[in-house]
Structure formats: C-alpha cells, structure tokens
Design a protein. Structure first.
Length: 316
C-alpha cells in the first residue's frame, strides 16, 4: 500500500457496524448471515471531509433546523465543481432538486411517459432502473449490452431496431455505467443521442458516479458542450451522495438545460414533490464541493489501489 492510500485510510476509515448501517447491520435480516462482506450496496466506510463535518457541527450548535433553500454560494460551488470535474457549463436555472436519484427516476418516468408506453434500460444495470419502469405501469424494454473482449458495448443497430419495434418513448441511461464500469465515449454518446433524436426519445442520464474515474480515463457528460444540439432531449441526474458518502442527507440534482422541458418537469413533478430542501444536505454538499477536492483525490487513489489488489488477488 502506498503512503497516500495508507494516510487516507488511517485518517478517514471508520467501522460502521452498530450504527444503524444498512450495509452491515441488516446482513442477517436481508441475507441470513451476520458476518458477510458488505459489498452489495454503493456505500463507504470513509468519513466525509473535515469541512463537511465542520459545517454540520456548526449547524447542530446553532440548534435550529427549519425550512431552508440553496443560497447563491451553493450554486457557485456546484457549477464550479461541474466545470472542473466534468468540463460542463451549467446555468443555475437548469437545476432542480430531489431527495435522491432514484426518486428522480420515478418522477421522470411518470412525467415523460404514459401508462403502458415503452421505457428502455440497458442491462445489466442498477436494480431501481427496473423498478422505476415496472412500478409506474410502463412497459419495460430491456436492451442487453454486448460483452465483447471483456468490455460491455452498445450494438447501436440492434438498439435502434428495438426502440422502433417497442415504440420506446424514454431511455434511462447510466453514465458511468453501474455495474459494468463503462465510461461512454463522446462518439458513443453522440450515436445514442442521434438515435433518440430520430425517434423522439427522451434520455435521462444518471451520472451519479461521475467522480469515480480511474487514473488515465475520462468521463464525458451528456451535457458536454459538443452534444449541445441534443439538449432538448436530455435530463441529467447527479448528486454528491456517492462521491462524498452523503446518501443519508437526501440531496440530489435534476439538471434540465431545455426551458420547455424544464417547464414540463416543473408542472409534472408538482403532485409528487412538495417537500422542503434538505438543510443538512445543502450545507454538506456546498462544503464538499468547495473543499473536498483533496479528499476525493485520496479516495480515488484508494479505490484504484483496491481495484488493483483485487485483480492481482483473483488472477494470481
């Protein structure tokens, strides 16, 4: 283990057993054994950056947890993070909020499609993609990614034929892809969006894992400026929850660059979402985006080390 990884783990690792942690403390209830490795959910054993802890402690000391809202500094921090980490220019009025990306799936499926209409997912994929379609009474259209030379790929001809045959109205895309780890290239995204354009298909891009990119690789967002001609079709979902281990604070983003699509979303979401913002989620997110870069570098170095260790161990 290199010194950077050792220092990060020594500083931030914590044992979460006995803390009402879903990952560890429900092992017996969910899987019938109490001592399993908690590798079934995207959750970490690392404390959040000190700046996040500090701002939350300060609010606890303040002692009031009433209704709140995202301040201008929040948007500045979020927009700067997206500029520097994803190369994406976001306007504040593109941004809506939800408790989490999964909630956003469910809302958007109901807003953008009608009962019985086709919604495509690309499997294997995170289980709530399935649920957001089936639980809302839509037709699940399962396009299966092709495994070629140990790499998952899209057969665009087959995908387009399936979109036409099943009369797909919405495609829920995962980028980076969970669980295959694929980073979709600009060319792949352009091909996918061109198909959506030809057949009037909306695309939801779940980009919650955008900050987990192995050394030497590059993430391309569906909001990349080079794809701007497709923005009337695109909604991007992202959140600090995976990056900074903040899932319990219930704060995520729904980014809609097209004004008409944004208005349609606002009208459609009104019956589902009237709750106030998560005060602690807003505070933690702003602090993480303002001061969490060094922490994230240490985390990604640790993930890279663990990936290398696992490969060497399994292939030995």
């Amino acid at each position: 283990m290199n010194q950077r990884v050792a220092d990060f783990c020594q500083r931030y690792f914590t044992d979460r057993r006995g803390s009402n942690c879903k990952k560890w403390d429900l092992s017996q209830e969910l899987f019938g054994a109490p001592d399993l490795l908690g590798m079934w959910i995207a959750d970490m054993e690392f404390k959040v950056p000190e700046a996040v802890q500090k701002v939350l402690h300060e609010r606890v000391d303040h002692g009031v947890f009433g209704y709140s809202y995202p301040c201008p500094e929040y948007y500045q921090a979020y927009i700067k993070w997206q500029q520097e980490r994803a190369g994406v220019e976001i306007e504040p009025d593109w941004v809506r909020f939800s408790p989490g990306v999964v909630s956003s799936f469910y809302w958007l499926v109901q807003i953008l499609t009608q009962s019985g209409q086709g919604v495509m997912i690309m499997t294997p994929v995170y289980p709530p993609f399935h649920g957001a379609v089936k639980d809302t009474g839509r037709k699940l259209v399962d396009y299966q990614l092709q495994l070629r030379n140990n790499r998952y790929e899209i057969d665009f001809d087959a995908l387009e034929k399936q979109i036409v045959a099943e009369e797909v109205k919405l495609l829920i895309h995962c980028s980076p892809h969970n669980p295959t780890g694929r980073l979709w290239s600009l060319e792949e995204l352009e091909q996918l969006l061109a198909i959506c354009r030809r057949h009037q298909v909306y695309l939801i891009s779940d980009e919650i894992h955008q900050d987990f990119v192995a050394a030497g690789n590059h993430f391309v967002s569906a909001l990349d400026d080079r794809l701007s001609v497709y923005r009337d079709l695109v909604i991007v979902l992202n959140s600090p929850s995976k990056t900074f281990n903040l899932a319990g604070l219930l704060n995520s983003h729904v980014v809609i660059p097209d004004e008409k699509l944004g208005q349609a979303y606002d009208r459609g979401v009104a019956p589902y979402h009237q709750a106030s913002h998560s005060l602690m989620g807003l505070l933690a997110t702003q602090a993480a985006y303002e001061s969490g870069s060094q922490w994230l570098e240490g985390l990604n170095a640790t993930v890279d080390y663990n990936d290398d260790y696992l490969r060497r161990t399994l292939l030995a």
